[in-house]
Design a protein around this ligand. Structure first.
Ligand code: FUL
Length: 576
């Protein structure tokens, strides 16, 4: 009998799973574990923190790295309290500076004054994560603006050597993050030139992937630079994924924005989207952004548009020059987590009667009940199936449809996946009806829950930027803009906000000039607007105060198109 029971159980289980046949591609066991993480943190910290940049050029001195109070435990504690399940750390950003004492380069913490060159930030953070029960992962930039061999085959060996160091000496990693960015120019060991590579072939990813799978079989690969990894970018750094979100892509071929953002309904492989965004406008710390930490309502909106849309949220916390996460960011992160707990504390459907018949679930409340959130989860082990569903509430004896108030597409309610949260204005209803209208195969709904989210009242204002004053400006050519004043001014900085919904006309490289007479121009500054395409936030150009009556902005390079464009700009003048 003792033997019979387990055998019977196996039999039943076999029978049970038989009706649960996979429907299209299904997630791997690593991808399933990943999906349950729901939120984890990014930490951006490097020499950029000390130069106030978003992208280092590769020639910044290691001497700059000397934090007074570096405390990885503080980072881990903050992330933990903010509800993050792990941390991805910029072990090496595009500047090439290594936050661990790599054996393969001199451009690392070992040549910095911090701890007399004996320190290792990757080690300290990996240990801190373990102590706090957080998972750990690294961002290793393939683009390296410091390395002399970048662009040559030798660099790929260097890159793999570094990756091997990280994968073998710092314990388990849950993810490796290979940024696809390559702005071209860099220091490259003094060559100071432009090196663009073909990102589909140059890095020879298949070999690198083999190495990762061998060294860390449980590690997920994030890659937006060519070969399919286990996770995909969502096409924006703004903090949202499409409300229609399939965790599928095709095995090969280009992945345009639409596929990154919405997935591909009939895709051949399971590649879910990871929504990455920063708690501030930039990825690295800038003192000027201390008043622009995202508000609680903005963070909640981000949560609904990522975790609530079948994605995971990768939320960045930059580290300040003293080596700690700024108190505003940490408090906001903790408040964010508290708010999530608060919203999803009481499932109102628990005390109600739930009846499922075919593709329809009706929840009958004991008495008229107020609610404004509905959550559905598919059993994605057997694939993502639901294509369309509806939600109705019975109010005063009438069924009224509920819409997703955060919807952008207006296609109605479409995909579900791991977890779909629908937000709508509070209704008081006696019944709630959830109906799957279209699915690829029989829908497998794991869970449905209902909540009443408190109204966010005392919110801190968002990072709203004031619009530019009414300056007099005109275009003297498609790539040149002139701004003039009636009287002499003392210019101290210029700010540029690129177009928000297109790359067309976005200035990536600029030169700024001042003049008092239209003919003699003094160059104020020239350079790049780092990461402006993926993160189209305000760009500030600061220079020594200069007198003049006109400013000239030359768009030396545009991301797309041949006519410069902006959403807004500002000129800061000091009082004379
Ligand atoms: C981008 C990078 O260029 C940014 O600097 C940042 O690291 C972000 C997460 O990815 O592509």
């Amino acid at each position: 009998m003792k033997r019979l029971i387990p055998a019977l159980l196996i039999c039943c289980a076999a029978l049970f799973t038989q009706c649960k046949k996979p429907c299209g591609p299904v997630p791997s066991k690593n991808q399933l574990k990943w999906q349950d993480m729901e939120m984890y943190a990014f930490i951006h910290y490097s020499l950029n923190t000390y130069t106030d940049q978003e992208w280092g050029y590769g020639n910044e001195s290691p001497e700059l790295f000397n934090p007074s109070d570096l405390d990885c435990r503080q980072w881990a504690r903050v992330c933990k309290q903010a509800g993050m399940k792990g941390i991805i750390f910029t072990a090496k950003h595009h500047c090439g500076f290594c936050m661990w004492p790599s054996e393969y380069t001199e451009y690392s913490v070992k040549n910095s004054p911090w701890k007399n060159g004996q320190g290792d930030v990757v080690r300290e953070l990996a240990d801190a994560c373990r102590e706090e029960g957080l998972k750990f992962a690294v961002y290793l930039s393939p683009w390296d603006r410091n390395h002399p061999d970048y662009g040559k085959p030798e660099y790929v060996t260097y890159f793999r050597n570094q990756l091997r160091e990280l994968l073998t000496e710092y314990g388990d990693m849950f993810e490796v993050w290979f940024d696809g960015a390559n702005g071209g120019d860099g220091w490259y060991g003094g060559a100071d030139e432009r090196r663009k590579i073909d990102r589909t072939t140059y890095y020879q990813w298949p070999e690198t992937y083999r190495m990762i799978r061998e060294l860390q079989p449980d590690c997920l690969i994030w890659n937006d630079g060519g070969d399919r990894g286990d996770l995909r970018w969502v096409g924006t750094e703004g903090g949202s994924i499409g409300e229609t979100n399939w965790s599928l892509l095709n095995r090969t071929g280009d992945v345009p924005y639409e596929q990154l953002h919405y997935g591909l309904e009939d895709g051949e492989v399971w590649v879910p989207g990871e929504t990455n965004t920063s708690i501030r406008p930039g990825w690295f710390y800038h003192e000027a952004e201390n008043d622009h930490v995202k508000s609680l309502s903005k963070l909640m909106d981000t949560y609904y548009k990522s975790v609530g849309r079948n994605s995971c949220l990768l939320l960045n916390f930059p580290v300040a020059p003293n080596g700690r996460i700024h108190p505003t960011d940490s408090l906001r992160g903790i408040a964010f987590n508290k708010m999530i707990r608060e919203v999803f504390k009481t499932d109102l459907a628990k005390k109600a009667r739930k009846k499922t018949k075919g593709n329809e679930t009706v929840i009958t409340f004991k008495r008229p009940t107020a609610f404004n959130r509905f959550v559905a989860e598919e059993d994605i082990r057997y694939g993502q199936r639901v294509k369309k569903f509806s939600l109705e509430a019975e109010v005063n004896g009438q069924w009224v449809p509920l819409q997703d108030e955060l919807a952008e597409q207006g296609d109605g309610l479409t995909t579900i996946g791991h977890r779909r949260i629908i937000c709508f204005p509070t209704v008081e209803a006696t019944r709630l009806r959830f109906t799957v209208l279209e699915a690829k195969c029989d829908p497998l709904i794991k869970k449905t829950t209902v909540y009443l989210a408190p109204q966010l009242t005392a919110d801190i204002p968002d990072s709203g930027e004031k619009l530019s004053s009414n300056l007099h400006y005109f275009f003297s050519s498609p790539k040149q803009m002139l701004i003039d004043w009636d009287t002499d001014q003392t210019f101290t900085s210029f700010r540029y906000l690129p177009p928000q919904s297109t790359k067309e006309g976005t200035i990536t490289h600029y030169t700024l000039w001042a003049s008092s007479n239209w003919s003699d121009w003094t160059k104020l500054s020239s350079g790049e607007f780092s990461n402006i395409v993926n993160n189209p936030i305000w760009q500030t150009v600061q220079f020594d105060p200069v007198q003049g009556r006109m400013l000239r902005l030359d768009a030396d390079e545009l991301a797309e198109g041949d006519r410069m464009a902006f959403s807004d700009f500002e000129v800061v003048c000091s009082q004379q």
